[in-house]
Design a protein around this ligand. Sequence first.
Ligand code: AMP
Ligand code: ZN
Length: 465
Amino acid sequence: MAKLFLYNTLTRKKEEFEPINADQVGLYTCGPTVYNYAHIGNLRTYIFEDILKRVLIYNGFKVKHVMNITDVGHLTGDRDMGEDKIETGAAREGKSAWDIAEFYTQAFKQDIDHLNILAPDIWCKATDTIPEQIALVRTLEEKGYTYKTSDGIYFDTSKVKDYAKLSNQNIQALQEGARVEKNPEKKNPTDFALWKFSPKNVKRQMEWDSFWGLGFPGWHVECSAMSMKFLAKNLDIHCGGADHVDVHHTNEIAQSEAATGKKFFNFWMHGAFLNIQGGKKMAKSEENFLTLEHTFLKKGLHPLVYRFATFQTHYRKPMEYSEESVQAAQKGFQHLQNQIRELKSYQSHAPGSIDPANRGKFLDAINDDLNMPRAMAVVQEMLKSGGSESDKLTTVLDFDRILGLDLDKVDKTEILPEEIQQLVDARHKARQEKNWAVSDRLREKIEARGYVVQDTRDGMKVFKS
Ligand code: AMP
Ligand code: ZN
């Protein structure tokens, strides 16, 4: 079996991946906080995790993948200050907290489906594991790791000696920065809430009874409780975006290892940010984020163009979003589709076979810490090389087990030619400006070039007639 190397945030180096148990790899990916749509930055992280999962499967591992849905307990500040994001979202939209969580969970599932992200084997809502979370906090309390303040039960981070081992952050500097800390009852600035009490004067929509009275779990507790529940003896790989290193994952490790006395996950992997121009991180809290719906679907762009676009940058490097980068990805994806179409047109009745030399190069690239830019270069090299068309087609369709670009269905996921796309963009703009006369004229132009235009509830759809 080929060797698979993955960068482990915990050890700060690429390491050969070996599962704890040969029969199954446990993969835990931190899921969405469902108070708003996922933005394309969040989705970049889920695409990286999907590539990881596909690479594990391609290497012959059997993967058990768990993803949580954070539907309670994530406060507007990651360090336990502020409001519960779900209850705030509910107030904003005049719906119940439960309805908000359900609505955005479905929206998220639709997004990942559009991007060909393989669904986890187990989806789990935070609100479905409250007893397990209470039990974990109770264990920590019994072992002497907790203390009580006026608003909750907190984890005392000074009781674990290697608290900063994941992030390597300077705890001394954090202590000094504590002067701006808004919670004077915390013993250390890095301490975090395990259980929050419901406020006395406000009735929360989501609250549960516990050893400590009515309240709700702190955000980090759910991922520890769920991974231990579902992956028990397969704590192999735990992932998320780079923003999870300093707080969320550091706290998960601290509380889990304190509770069990055992190592919590061997590999920690983190995807770098998608930034908007100027290097600013795309964030839900900024309210200026881009969704898949608005950036791709509503404009008649195929969502897999975004998946393709993310392959141009290694997952540990920041990626900048711009209209130009989308246009370049669209051209690149269209070119790839045309190459496949051409290979299909040559296809004889004899089925091709996977070319071992190119497969080896492709495997070397993906097994080198998921090097997708290199893997895409191998794809192009192979397609441009001599050799039998049917072998090339069979080989590239095998690579598509990783790429997930629906290359086998190339005719159904057609990318529009540049000229048509420009007309579609102009018509989209005209419709936004309610300029119906221009919109109608553009429709006629698109149709005159052999395409069908449909205005649906989900935006404009354009197909070859
Ligand atoms: P959330 O729904 O906010 O809990 O985030 C879901 C996932 O997206 C987490 O793994 C985050 O670390 C990740 N994430 C958040 N912002 C970005 C961004 N701008 N680029 C890439 N990943 C992000
Ligand atoms: Zn998590």
